[in-house]
Design a protein around this ligand. Structure first.
Ligand code: PXP
Length: 249
């Protein structure tokens, strides 16, 4: 497979920090997990520094920036505090995500269309600092067009609704979600945007998304960290990598 066609796997290590924080100490260390993920074939590491620091901490970001050899995809809300942190570190990529304190995880995509002006100004200095700016959005034409207009280079399509429908056995809804992800991946690509996807992906749901030729990267966390309890982190990642490559070939 040529390097151009290879689908990148970004491993999200947030939930190693969730387990660490359950006891308030230093173990297990997300940086150690990130280095193991790198060794197991992750093409990048993703970490979400939430406003409430419920999992990843500022110190984790310092450690990742200092020690990783693969790119860091820094997920953050579009706030001034996070912009300052991103500009200090200048990670390879910044992925803007919506954030609500009361949510358990990132529930929906970012509302770009309604906040176009503010977000255009928000991402300009990040782009000037050399970060690739990605916007996490639903598979919605209006949001894709707005992301394109504000100067984002990448969109990440939210696969959560597709994965939830699969898990709940709503197969018609799952297939509708998948069809809309496929169509919107094609549309975003036709505008010149690089297309990523993620949220909720598992061994059961990854292959149909991995098969979309326009998708260049998947970001996967919760399932891989959970599966590592049973198989170990390296083998859990290796199996995801195998399924992605199989879907692609
Ligand atoms: N992509 C984005 C933008 C996310 O916010 C998350 C969750 O932090 C993921 C991917 C990974 O989702 P999951 O942990 O469900 O695999």
């Amino acid at each position: 497979m040529s390097a151009d066609l290879k689908l990148r796997l970004g491993v999200n290590i947030d939930h190693v920090a969730t387990v660490r924080n359950a006891r308030g100490g230093a173990y297990p260390d997300p940086l150690r997990a990130a280095l193991m993920a790198e060794a197991a074939g992750a093409d990048g590491i993703t970490a979400h520094l939430r406003e409430d620091r419920r999992h990843i901490s500022d110190g984790d970001i310092d450690g990742l920036m200092a020690a990783l050899s693969v790119p860091l995809n820094f997920e953050m809300a579009a706030t001034e505090e996070m912009q300052r942190i991103a500009l200090r570190h200048k990670p390879h990529a910044v992925c803007l995500v919506p954030e609500k304190r009361e949510e358990r995880t990132t529930e929906g995509g970012l509302e770009v269309a309604r906040e176009e002006n503010r977000l255009a100004h928000f991402i300009a200095p990040l782009r000037a600092a050399g970060c690739r700016v990605s916007i996490f959005i639903a598979a919605d034409r209006r949001q894709i067009e707005a992301a394109h207009r504000i100067g984002a280079e990448v969109i990440e399509l939210h696969t959560g609704a597709y994965c939830d429908a699969h898990a709940e056995g709503h197969l018609d809804a799952r297939d509708r979600e998948l069809a809309s992800l496929r169509e919107m991946a094609g549309y975003a690509h036709s505008l010149g945007l690089e297309v990523h996807a993620g949220h909720g992906l598992t061994y059961d749901t990854v292959q149909p998304v991995a098969a979309f030729p326009e998708v260049r990267e998947l970001n996967i966390g919760h399932f891989l960290i959970g599966e590592s309890i049973f198989r170990g982190l390296g083998p859990a990642i290796a199996e995801m990598r195998r399924l992605m490559d199989e879907a692609r070939s």
